[in-house]
Every structure is written in structure tokens, then in C-alpha cells.
Ligand binder design. Structure first.
Ligand code: ATP
Ligand code: MG
Ligand code: MG
Length: 372
């Protein structure tokens, strides 16, 4: 785990925090930022969460923090004061109101209120959990549906743009810098056969048929804080919030929830679909989101479910072709194994696509008739 930074006291001093911090410790299981819990001496003051923002991934920190402020202000404006404090992240500014601090070494720091008495889980194992995850991100999108998406910047430009991902993949193929192309002809063929289909969401967006919304873009279950009863309380980790299509958040969440095995499973036969978890997530999501979604957006959800394993396969294979420069690997062929596992997952989803679509449609019409 990451060490407590040596100049931490002088960092904390810059921020407008209340009370007296008596303990600082590394916290959580995030992979992107370094996160520390700041314990306050006294219960009448909040505890805080200090984060060193991963500046190599997020190069525009001012833009990113502005995004988070816009989004959290908008969410809070819809809630009571008490709910705004416990159900939405609260940024702690510096003494003069800036949203982050840049230290002498070029590190970027920010502080949020620590939200007490909550849990987050890395893995979805039960239907009730999948349902809460769906509710969390459905409500998040719904509450932001009336905020102008063009106010937000893209903290990582083209993050979910499959055209760009494919361009990079074809570039890597052409370079073949690790001389691995000949090993992966089957995988290349599989990817080639689906390039047009996988651009469906982008095309519908360009044609004006799918609206750009504000989406979360990292809809893992551990980015939801649950209360004592394991019900959704707060969506966190807003670094990647930006204009996007609703199917992205849905597909991103489903990619891990629906997979009965791990992302890099070696024994491909173990990769099966967990359809009850898929249904539970869909119910939670559509219950919260049905009132703002258009019919085409609901139809697009299944394209998102297909797109995410595909995009992940493309990214893993690109890294494999480029000699493993991006993803951390534990053994030589790790990126190839990950690619094969994502392709197997996509094959399973393709084989069950009719069933999955009909679950989405049935759930949608049931919820709509309940509401009506
Ligand atoms: P990821 O790998 O998902 O991108 P990250 O490095 O961006 O993670 P966060 O998700 O922001 O980090 O935070 C890491 C963990 O800290 C969370 O999973 C959660 O358990 C906890 N956490 C984050 N923010 C808060 C908060 N405001 N109150 C309580 N706990 C929090
Ligand atoms: Mg996180
Ligand atoms: Mg994150």
C-alpha cells in the first residue's frame, strides 16, 4: 500500500478543514488515486478523505475538479441539506476557495468530506447488491439529466470512443513492435468482424438519435457507498464524469457483474453469464432511469453490453501487441489471456443476446406500467 506522504501536514494546512487531524492513514482499494483517511480529534467535526490525484492519467486537473464541482452542486441542489451532506461528495476547498492544491513536487491534492458509516464492496455477489448498483447509477444519471452536458470537459478525451480505440489497435498491428501479430490471428479476425456493429452507439449519437447525457464512466460497484443496511447512499469517484451515452454506464457495470469468472480467467469454460445478477441490475437501473430515458436509449443498452467486453478485448490486445506498456502484467502472456477471456465473455453474451434484450424490454414495460 502507498505510504503516508512526508509533507502531509503542510498539504492539509492549505485546506479549509475544521477541527484537528490526529491520524492519517492509507485508505480504500482504489487503483487510480492515492487515498488517505484523515481522522478528526473530535466527533463534532467531520473526518476527511485526502487524495493525491493521478496526474499522469488526468492531465487537466482544474477541468476535472470543475466537473466534479458542477455535478455535486447540481445533485445537492435537489436534496435537503441533510441528504446533500451524506448522499453527495463534498469538496473541501483551500482557504481562498481553490478546489485543489499543487505542491512543490508537482503533485495535485484534493480533500472530500469522509462519508461515515458506509461500506463499499469490490465484488457483486448477490442480487440485492446488483439491484442497489443499478439504482445508484440510474439515479445518478436521472438527477443529472437536466444539467447541460456541454458544461463538462472530457478529463480523458475519447476515453470510451471505440473508433479511436480501434485506430490505435490497427496502428499497433501495423507496427507489430513486439512481433506478436502472428500469435493472435484468430483474435484479430474476431475483432475485425465486429468493427461496424460496435460503432452503433457512436453512429446513433452522430445522427442525433441518442442524446449526450452526463455519465459516470467508472460504474464499478466499489464506486458506490452503501449505508448500514447495504442500500445505496452515495455515488463516488467522479473523476471520469463527462458527456456520454447512458449505454456506456450500463455496459461498463454489466461487463463485470454478468461474468461468473474473473476478468483474466485462464480456463475459458468457467466464463459463464450470471443472468440473475444482470436482471437485478437492470431492474434497479430502469426503476430510477425509466422516466427520463427515450425508447432508443433503452434499446441502446444492449449495444453497451456488447461494446464493453469488445472494447476491453481491443485494449488488452493492443497492449499485448505493444509489448505490455499500459496494463500491469503478472506474467508474460497476461494481456493475451485477458483478451481471450473478454472475447469468450462476448461470445457468451452474443449467444444469449435475445434473452438479455427481452429481459431489458420486459423490465422496462413492467416498470413503465407500474409508474403509469
Ligand atoms: P478507482 O480504482 O475505482 O478509480 P480511485 O483510486 O479513483 O478508485 P476512489 O474510488 O475515489 O479512488 O476512492 C477509493 C475508495 O475510498 C473507495 O472505493 C471508497 O471505499 C473510499 N471512499 C472514497 N471517497 C469516499 C468518501 N467521500 N467517504 C468515504 N469513503 C470514500
Ligand atoms: Mg474508485
Ligand atoms: Mg477512480
Amino acid at each position: 500500500n502507498h505510504q503516508t506522504p512526508k509533507n502531509v501536514e503542510t498539504i492539509i494546512d492549505r485546506f479549509n478543514i475544521e477541527g484537528k487531524i490526529i491520524e492519517i492513514k492509507a485508505f480504500g482499494s482504489g487503483h487510480i488515486n492515492d487515498t488517505y483517511l484523515l481522522k478528526n480529534e473530535n466527533d463534532s467535526y467531520p473526518d476527511y478523505l485526502l487524495q493525491r490525484i493521478n496526474h499522469s492519467i488526468f492531465t487537466n486537473v482544474p477541468g476535472l475538479m470543475k466537473n466534479i464541482q458542477l455535478v455535486t452542486d447540481h445533485l445537492k441542489s435537489k436534496l435537503s441539506e441533510a441528504a446533500a451532506a451524506t448522499e453527495v461528495l463534498t469538496i473541501v476547498p483551500l482557504h481562498r476557495g481553490e478546489l485543489f492544491y499543487k505542491d512543490e513536487e508537482g503533485n495535485y491534492w484534493r480533500i472530500f468530506h469522509f462519508i461515515k458509516d458506509t461500506n463499499s464492496y469490490d465484488l457483486v455477489e448477490k442480487e440485492v447488491q446488483a439491484n442497489e448498483g443499478g439504482k445508484a447509477f440510474g439515479r445518478f444519471q436521472a438527477m443529472l439529466a437536466d444539467l447541460d452536458a456541454s458544461l463538462l470537459i472530457e478529463p480523458i478525451p475519447n476515453f470510451l470512443n471505440i473508433e479511436m480505440r480501434l485506430n490505435r489497435f490497427y496502428q499497433a498491428l501495423e507496427n507489430d513492435s513486439a512481433a506478436r501479430k502472428h500469435i493472435v490471428t484468430e483474435e484479430i479476425e474476431y475483432i475485425n468482424a465486429r468493427t461496424e456493429q460496435m460503432k452503433t452507439i457512436l453512429k446513433l449519437g452522430r445522427e442525433g438519435k441518442l442524446p449526450l447525457r452526463i455519465t459516470h464512466n467508472d460504474t464499478k460497484f466499489n464506486n458506490v457507498l452503501l449505508n448500514k443496511n447495504d442500500e445505496v447512499q452515495c455515488v463516488i469517484d467522479l473523476d471520469t464524469v463527462m458527456p456520454g451515452f447512458v449505454a456506456y454506464d450500463f455496459g461498463d457495470a454489466i461487463r463485470t457483474i454478468i461474468n461468473s469468472a474473473s476478468e483474466d480467467e485462464k480456463e475459458l469454460d468457467k466464463i459463464k453469464l450470471n443472468i440473475p445478477l444482470f436482471e437485478a441490475y437492470t431492474i434497479g437501473y430502469l426503476r430510477e432511469a425509466c422516466h427520463f430515458l427515450t425508447d432508443i436509449e433503452v434499446e441502446s443498452l444492449m449495444h453497451g453490453v456488447l461494446l464493453f467486453p469488445y472494447m476491453q478485448a481491443v485494449r488488452f490486445l493492443t497492449d499485448y501487441l505493444e509489448d505490455d506498456v499500459y496494463y500491469k502484467i503478472s506474467f508474460k502472456e497476461h494481456n493475451l489471456q485477458r483478451t481471450k477471456a473478454q472475447i469468450k465473455l462476448l461470445k457468451e453474451i452474443e449467444a444469449h443476446a435475445t434473452q438479455l434484450s427481452s429481459i431489458v424490454n420486459t423490465v422496462y414495460s413492467e416498470i413503465k406500467s407500474e409508474v403509469a
